[in-house]
Design a protein around this ligand. Sequence first.
Ligand SMILES: [Zn+2]
Length: 175
Amino acid sequence: MKRLTKEEKFMKAAIKAAKRGLSEGEVPIGAVVVYQDKVVARGYNRRAKLQLASAHAEMMAIDKACKKFSSWRLPEGCQLYVTLEPCPMCMGASLNARVDKIFFGAYEQKGRSLTSALAEANLLNHKTEVVGGVLEEECSALLTSFFAGMRQKQKEEKKQKQLAEQDSQHSTTEN
Ligand SMILES: [Zn+2]
């Protein structure tokens, strides 16, 4: 077996968090905050469960890390690993928390994440380095299979509904 790089090892931890979300019926996106080569906080997307627009994996992990260090400003050298390219909200939170480096897995297909623009904008007198494509295949497969499964489920539900409607039409004509 191929030995994992340090980055891949931490991305695996983010994938594990994403799978936890998956088991709870969430879109599987996971994140971890790493400090001095240790995972100090984990988070996964909980938007469906909490019905909060801000319940993204990165926000969960960053909030936990801030609580752990009792500081909104994370210590120098904190890194964020996330399975999907961060959205502008999460990039904003990372900059606010002074995350030094962000590693993400899958690329956002729509290309609207503004990731590098925000990383470079220096809005808060802080720039963060961003590295994309860490275990990209594994990270995007997780999302692709989730959405494929969801579409399949919707298709089956639609079919069931049509069958039920046909049944009720039958019974009305028979009566
Ligand atoms: Zn986000």
